[in-house]
Design a protein around this ligand. Structure first.
Ligand SMILES: [Zn+2]
Length: 367
């Protein structure tokens, strides 16, 4: 792709922003300097917050003192690739939708921080299999800096489609990274910085995630692995406000409030209710059972059969808010939980594939 020449420039402490208003292609042009100045302010704000969080400056190509920023027509809203190039912003979109400027500027700048921790500089990794990390954590930077996502689906899709493997997502992995950033207590640094530092050492994503979880002082030793933490995330996703301490905003300032997809059933006494599904690695389905309303205390037990792979099961009672988390690789009773059969009570059975795609049948029975 060829880019227009950009005759105007403005400098801030750490950025040189270049733009044009005389390109033959009108989509390249930015008629108002104030839009550029505002973007410079967003970039400086994001830079200082992220330097404080991550402990080092973003990657600047050798021979340059400041990060170059270019406005023109672009197939995307922003682009930070390759490491040696400028941050590029879509001039047309920048004119049209002012609300995306701050989160998009933050997002693209965060990619330059990733490069400072070895991504695509020391470790050339394939983008497609790592987007849940590369794009997911760049989306987390948007929340960290301004509580706003440039596209609502970055926050909402993992609620609406929980049955998609986390490992096959992209920026839509955001709620998972937000959960780690909010929940894990680390001895020295935040989970986000730890993750970047571990990735810099190993160049391997899942190894890095495991190393970060090992450092979490508020997890029990048995909980310090992705399998268990993913199940805790699935449980936390039932009450979405705990994933991020403040409201997650759209570019227009309204709140992103997605509904979590559930599969509703009725659970009768003495009836074995059986379900067979496949579960992608690090995905989940929320099976929601309404109960007979006779007020009696009972036990709900979940028994798996015909299993391939390994399955995580979370049994959660909405009335007592009691939960049981179990991981199983064998057929048999996986979890039991006491329930009281009151009218609005629900038994939620979250079933998740863990390290690989899995299949199982499971039966729920009230006794
Ligand atoms: Zn990105």
């Amino acid at each position: 792709m060829s880019y227009p020449s950009l005759e105007n420039y403005e400098e801030t402490a750490h950025f040189v922003l270049r733009w044009t208003n005389s390109s033959p292609d009108p989509r390249d042009n930015l008629p108002r300097r104030s839009v550029v100045s505002a973007t410079g302010t967003f970039l400086e704000t994001a830079r200082s917050k992220l330097v404080a969080l991550l402990g080092r400056p973003p990657y600047v190509p050798s021979g340059q003192e400041k990060l170059e920023v270019a406005f023109h027509n672009l197939p995307y809203w922003g682009q930070a690739y390759p490491p040696s190039g400028p941050i590029r912003f879509n001039a047309h979109k920048w004119r049209q939708a002012s609300g995306i400027r701050q989160p998009t500027a933050t997002h693209e700048l965060f990619h330059k921080f990733q490069y400072a921790f070895g991504l695509r500089t020391r470790w050339p990794i394939p983008t497609s299999s790592a987007e849940w990390y590369t794009e997911g954590t760049a989306a987390l930077a948007e929340l960290v800096v301004c509580d706003t996502v440039s596209r609502p689906q970055k926050w909402s899709k993992l609620f609406r489609r929980p049955n998609i493997s986390l490992l096959r997502t992209d920026y839509t992995a955001l709620p998972f990274w937000a959960f780690l950033q909010t929940t894990l207590i680390m001895p020295d640094f935040t989970p986000m910085r730890s993750l970047l530092e571990q990735f810099e050492i190993t160049g391997d994503l899942l190894t890095s995630v495991d190393a970060v979880l090992q450092q979490a002082t508020n997890l029990s030793p048995e909980d310090r692995c992705l399998d268990r933490v993913f199940l805790r995330f699935c449980l936390a996703r039932l009450g979405r406000e705990s994933l991020w301490p403040r409201a997650v905003l759209k570019p227009d300032g309204s709140v992103v409030a997605p509904d979590l997809a559930r599969e509703p059933r009725f659970l009768g006494v003495g009836v074995v209710t059986e379900t067979r599904r496949s579960y992608q690695a690090y995905s989940a389905r929320y099976h929601e059972y309404s109960l007979p309303a006779d007020g009696l205390p009972r036990m709900a037990s979940i028994t798996v059969s015909d299993m391939q792979g390994s399955i995580g099961i979370v049994a959660h009672d909405t009335h007592s808010t009691q939960s049981e988390i179990r991981i199983t690789t064998t057929n048999g009773t996986a979890a039991s939980i006491p329930v009281t059969c009151t009218p609005n009570e629900r038994l939620i059975v979250i079933v998740s594939g863990l390290g690989s795609d899995s299949t199982c049948s499971f039966a729920v029975q009230l006794t």
